[in-house]
Design a protein around this ligand. Structure first.
Ligand code: DAH
Length: 341
């Protein structure tokens, strides 16, 4: 019996010393100390011994067991340590490698223009109002005083979702929404946003574009206030020397209405091929808010008056950066986009 014990002890020790990795050690542990292991089966033999031999033999077996356990622990720690060091070596980071430069994004030219417009009007005390790109026929047309048979309602121009819901064709429905929200309080807002129209895409036409709407409602609002604001806007946007000119026009939602030109930013008004030798470039539509629009918005046109304007952000960006094709603004070619700061 004693020989057997010593033999087990020796075999275990040899195997432990020969083990190359923690997995093998784990197997050795199971083989000797596990439930069906050699030591455990020796302990099972205790039952067949005399009362005298039992404690002696039991103690011996326990000694061997403790010995194997201690050796296993010792080698375990050693091997684990070695394995960890090997892993560290494998996963070593070469801190001498040069870094990869991160590309820094730039603002889209349309975003730059929108930011500038917003900044100019915020500086004049305007708030920003936004509205959903998908709106009702009511807000887009009816509230803006379009007759039921107005040609702009034609499905040629409008992306309808159903009879009463559509992709807004301009930012003017934000006027309607703002009035519904604010009436009868004064309003002084600009409303930047995207608009959509059914159109054949070419160098000057797109099915989606950006507009900035302006709306001011209060008591005693005069048309001359509008002219003053637009004059200041043109100077801040294009330069101190800028002049504006108003030409009579028509919009359902304003009366009277005007189209507004700025002096040609290329020739300064002398006349060039860009302004078709007129010296002027059209940049926006404007007018006094139509009494019907005020009424639908919840304002009494006898007490309140207002003015509004609408400009296309693409038009201004194309002029400002001398871009000759509107498609460049939505094709997202990085070579184009990275030219603007
Ligand atoms: N909604 C017009 C358009 O899409 C632009 C416009 C013109 C807006 C005159 C206005 C305005 O608020 O007063 O062409």
């Amino acid at each position: 019996m004693l020989d057997k014990l010593n033999e087990i002890k020796e075999i275990a020790l040899n195997q432990i010393k020969a083990a190359k990795d923690s997995k093998t050690l784990e197997e050795i542990k199971i083989k000797f100390l596990g439930k069906k292991g050699e030591i455990t089966s020796l302990l099972k033999l205790l039952g067949s011994l005399s009362a005298e031999e039992k404690p002696k033999f039991g103690a011996l077996v326990n000694d061997v067991r403790n010995f194997i356990e201690t050796e296993l622990d010792k080698f375990f720690a050693e091997i684990k340590n070695r394995e960890l060091n090997e892993k560290f070596l494998q996963e070593k980071v070469d801190i001498t490698l040069p870094g990869r430069p991160q590309k820094i994004g730039v603002r889209h030219p349309i975003r730059i223009v929108l930011d500038q417009i917003e900044e100019i009007f915020i500086g004049m005390g305007f708030d920003i109002e936004e509205g959903p790109e998908i709106d009702t026929d009511f807000n887009n047309f009816k509230a803006m005083n379009f007759q039921d048979d107005h040609p702009a309602r034609d499905s040629q121009d409008t992306f309808y979702i159903n009879e009463s819901v559509l992709f807004r064709t301009h930012t003017s429905p934000i006027q309607a929404r703002t009035m519904q929200k604010m009436a009868p309080n004064p309003v002084r807002v600009i409303c930047p946003g995207r608009a959509f129209r059914r159109d054949d895409i070419d160098a000057t036409h797109s099915v989606q574009f950006h507009q900035v709407e302006g709306l001011l409602i209060d008591k005693n609002v005069k048309f001359s206030d509008l002219i003053g604001i637009l004059q200041l806007f043109a100077q801040k946007m294009f330069g101190e020397h800028m002049k504006i000119r108003l030409r009579p026009s028509f919009f359902p939602f304003t009366e009277p209405s005007a189209e507004v030109d700025v002096s040609c930013i290329f020739c300064g008004g002398k006349g060039c091929s860009f302004c078709k030798h007129s010296g002027w470039l059209e940049i926006l539509g404007a007018g006094a808010v139509h009494p019907n629009v005020l009424k639908t918005g919840g304002y009494d046109p006898e007490i309140y008056s207002g003015w509004a304007f609408g400009m296309g952000a693409e038009r201004i960006a194309l002029l400002k950066y001398q871009i000759n094709d509107i498609r460049l603004t939505f094709e997202n070619d990085v070579r184009f986009l990275k030219q603007f700061r």
